[in-house]
Design a binder for this molecule. Structure first.
Ligand code: SF4
Ligand code: SF4
Length: 172
């Protein structure tokens, strides 16, 4: 299995393969397997890819993505920062999620090179990313949108294109 990690190549390939990914999503919508079965398949495909990719040498998500902060996140994070959180976050009216904030800066102000300076205190958004499961079938649009950013997502979706074709052949 070839795993691509070069970020420029990932972006180019992800942009080129948007239609492939969309067709894969459509094919999976039609599959008879349950959501749990599909999630298990995605997890099985993702596990060796996650193991092979070193996030501490990438950090692309920390450079470009929105990071949301819940009240629980803020409580966990505050002891690790030397300024009030109000200086770091803004309330995200566009997201229409009351009481949630969003880090103002991108790249994230806690990124040091490719490492997180507040790793034990990081928000749930960071802990769960790239969050391909649960509900892969119903969140696939988010995954496709993230394929140009995250090597884990790109490589899993590329494998899932092959899996969707295999499943389609099997079900005739
Ligand atoms: S808090 Fe840490 S893990 Fe989260 S985006 Fe910032 S640097 Fe990355
Ligand atoms: S989650 Fe994806 S984008 Fe973030 S550091 Fe890991 S491989 Fe890179």
């Amino acid at each position: 299995m070839t795993i691509i990690t070069d970020l420029a190549q990932i972006k180019q390939l992800a942009d080129q393969r948007q239609d492939d990914f969309a067709v894969m999503g459509y094919m999976l919508q039609r599959e008879q397997m349950t959501d749990a079965e599909l999630d298990a398949l995605v997890d099985a495909i993702a596990a060796p890819i996650i193991a092979a990719i070193d996030c501490t040498g990438c950090a692309n998500c920390c450079r470009v993505l929105d990071v949301y902060l819940t009240p629980d996140d803020a409580e966990r994070l505050q002891p690790a920062v030397d300024v009030p959180l109000s200086q770091i976050i803004e309330h995200d009216a566009a997201a229409q999620v009351e009481e949630w904030g969003m880090f103002r800066a991108r790249p994230c102000r806690f990124l040091r090179g490719t490492l997180c300076a507040v790793y034990p205190h990081r928000p749930e958004t960071c802990r769960t990313y790239p969050a391909l499961t649960p509900d892969f079938r119903w969140t696939i649009a988010d995954s496709i949108a993230g394929a140009a950013v995250c090597p884990i997502i790109y490589n899993v979706l590329a494998r899932m294109v092959d899996e969707a074709e295999r499943l389609s052949r099997q079900s005739g």
